[in-house]
Design a protein around this ligand. Structure first.
Ligand SMILES: Nc1ncnc2c1ncn2[C@@H]1O[C@H](COP(=O)(O)OP(=O)(O)OP(=O)(O)O)[C@@H](O)[C@H]1O
Ligand SMILES: Cc1ncsc1CCO
Ligand SMILES: [Mg+2]
Length: 259
């Protein structure tokens, strides 16, 4: 079971993080037994990718000067067969689109985790919005993440009211409508970090994505029950729930369906 594997192997997860939510990302990775490391220095990238088991690239606060560093991280991980996870924050905005276009010609992403608007961009489909907010649509179009997977060759994790995990053929749905999680900025960034932890311990990236979304859904449900209508209290309780998580709880509490 992948949560046990993370606790036993304690993989090192190397992050190009955004400066808004990196503390949550680092804490979440640590809470489930993996080891986080953030970098912004190109000169240390080779030695860090060497010891890492996964690389997570989050473009939330991207800067042009960082592009060569991010390309190097991705390429070195690609060459070493280490998973590269992309969190394409607000990728539909023109400058960000250009950054990702230039990154994607150099780096293969194994997994892309984003909200519906972000994933729609990879599917070359019109998104519902261009900011960081998740699409709260009730009617889910699973053909969009499936198409994004087919076009990019990456496993897609689209989050929202329902999370969709797909490689373009196999598709899983995790029901996770949780208003307290939705309003906490960085819940998605945290999830992308957790995806890195599971991708570090299996080559089955659909399974890694499914496990991470089940984990987040379960921890989110338990944490919301504890803090009730106080979203400002959620994050610390969510961290406690991640720390205490078991596979049995994840199977009992998260609602998973085949798409
Ligand atoms: N109603 C909802 N809308 C959006 N996300 C939700 C909702 N309910 C639960 N979530 C969960 O919140 C987490 C973050 O998903 P979201 O789609 O908001 O990512 P995001 O937009 O990238 O967030 P951020 O940029 O703040 O990190 C996911 O685990 C998702 O399943
Ligand atoms: C609000 C915000 N702005 C850039 S990154 C970020 C956190 C959500 O990804
Ligand atoms: Mg996001």
């Amino acid at each position: 079971m992948l949560l046990e594997a993370v606790k036993q192997q304690k993989p090192l997860i190397l992050n190009y993080a955004n400066t808004v939510t990196q503390q949550h990302v680092a804490d979440g990775i640590s809470m489930i037994g993996a080891s986080p490391l953030m970098t912004q220095e190109v000169l240390e990238v080779p030695e860090l990718v060497e010891i890492a088991q996964a690389v997570v690239i989050n473009i939330g606060t991207l800067q042009e000067k960082d592009l060569p560093m991010v390309i190097l991280m991705g390429q070195m991980a690609n060459r070493a067969g280490k998973p590269v996870i992309l969190d394409p924050v607000a990728v539909a905005m023109p400058y960000r689109s250009s950054f990702i276009q230039r990154l994607r010609v150099a780096v293969k992403f194994d997994i892309i985790r984003g909200n519906a608007a972000e994933i729609a961009w990879f599917a070359e489909s019109k998104g519902q919005g261009q900011g960081i907010d998740a699409d709260t649509q009730a009617s889910l179009q699973i053909n969009i993440p499936q198409r994004a997977a087919q076009l990019t060759g990456a496993v897609i994790i689209q989050t929202g009211v329902v999370d969709v995990i797909t490689d373009g053929e196999k598709t899983w749905l995790v029901e996770n409508d949780n208003p307290l999680l939705a309003v906490n900025v960085g819940a998605g960034d945290l999830l992308s970090g957790l995806v890195g932890c599971f991708a570090a311990v299996t080559q089955d990236y659909v399974q890694a994505g499914l496990t991470a979304t089940m984990l987040m859904a379960t921890a989110g449900t338990l944490a919301s029950d504890q803090v009730e209508h106080q979203p400002g209290q959620l994050m610390p309780v969510l961290m406690d729930q991640l720390y205490k998580m078991t596979w049995t709880k994840m199977q009992q509490i998260s609602e998973v369906k085949q798409g």
